[in-house]
Design a protein around this ligand. Sequence first.
Ligand SMILES: [Zn+2]
Length: 448
Amino acid sequence: MNLNQDLQPPRNSDNGEISKPKLGKWLVLLGMVVAIGVGILLLGGGASSILEAREKPVVIAELKMLPDPVCEELKNVVPSGSSITALLNDHFTNQEIHNLNLRSKSIFPFTKICAGHPYRIISYDGEFNSFIYEIDADEQLVISRDVEQIYMERQPIVYDVQAATVQGTITTSLFDAVNEIGEQPNLAYALADIFAWDVNFILDIRKGDSFLAIVEKRFREGQFAGYGKILAAEFVNQKKVFKAIRFKDGDQVVSFYNEKGENVRKAFLKAPLAFKRISSGFTMNRFHPILKSWKAHPAIDYVAPVGTPIKTVGDGRIYRIGFTKGNGNFIEVRHSNGYASLYLHMKGFARGLKKGSRVNQGQVIGYLGGTGMATGPHLCFRMRLNGAPVNPTKLKIPAAKSVSKEHLTEYQRIAAPFLAKLEETRSNTKIAKLTVPEASVVSKGLNR
Ligand SMILES: [Zn+2]
């Protein structure tokens, strides 16, 4: 998972539920208003009744509310195989749909619709008002009409965002600990992602390890709707404390830095893909199966299914991208400090990449294949330092860039309150541990 990607739990889908919450209320109100109106008419004539009517301004206010239209909302998820056109069919003419389709290309092409995403159709007094399709967790497509024209736009989904402090202690695994405090697995993934560079969450975890995070929680209509950003976090692994504060250093991608402003990431990923096995390791002397001769193999061959996404191991720029008879489709990325990484035999490249393109660590640059001189589908991955081959699996990977001098003051200003909050929460927990008798601790997680 990408560090700067926001997290969403699986969404609830309200299948075909038509909610008419207001209809009943309006009928009752209508009845009341009619009854009161009749009362006024019956009493009408005498001066005293006029006075009485004047003393009941509430009635006038209720009368004014009467013309409000009845709102109906159809909530559903896009059925598989369906199209926006099909969903809009009842509300627009064929010509209008055709025009909408053309207009949509620059806003949100209708072909990009995904089955399972929620949509709503809102109507007033049975008249279509708007169609709202949720593009992702952040944006929705809104098509609405009034008497004069049809509108189409992308709108941000508005959440009520609250920063929450969550903490837990591990007895078995991070996932269990996150679950125990009533949080969602996505939070465990995100925390593991942040600290993955320092902690191996499979091998290094011990009972008593703990975590603490300040995380945004998003709410929509009062309901929890997933996590936003993790703003700061702390992980204690075998008594060693790791801290991470979210920060965007100028035009760099968002990263996490420790209290000194050092990047918690390393400059390179351990591997550029999720692989099944290594078919050929790094050697300077190997018998080449196709060339039938002894040849150095200063590379690691990773085996994975054709089409497996290949990620650049570090931030950098594309120095070479293209095809040669031997390499097949290949990319060379140049990183800072004299490092370069090469990715050979790819099936194809990610869209939009060209020589000079800037790429960020973890960004997909291509897909595994068997092009060029390859006996079967695999990724031949190479790294170089100042032009000389280095073994990627033996490399002592340097840390990614620290906060720049230019933005260090800004970082310290942003980090200070988070570090204080982490400190405060941790020491409060310790005090609570000391003063609360063991027997009275009933709730798990947060109070421990
Ligand atoms: Zn190879």
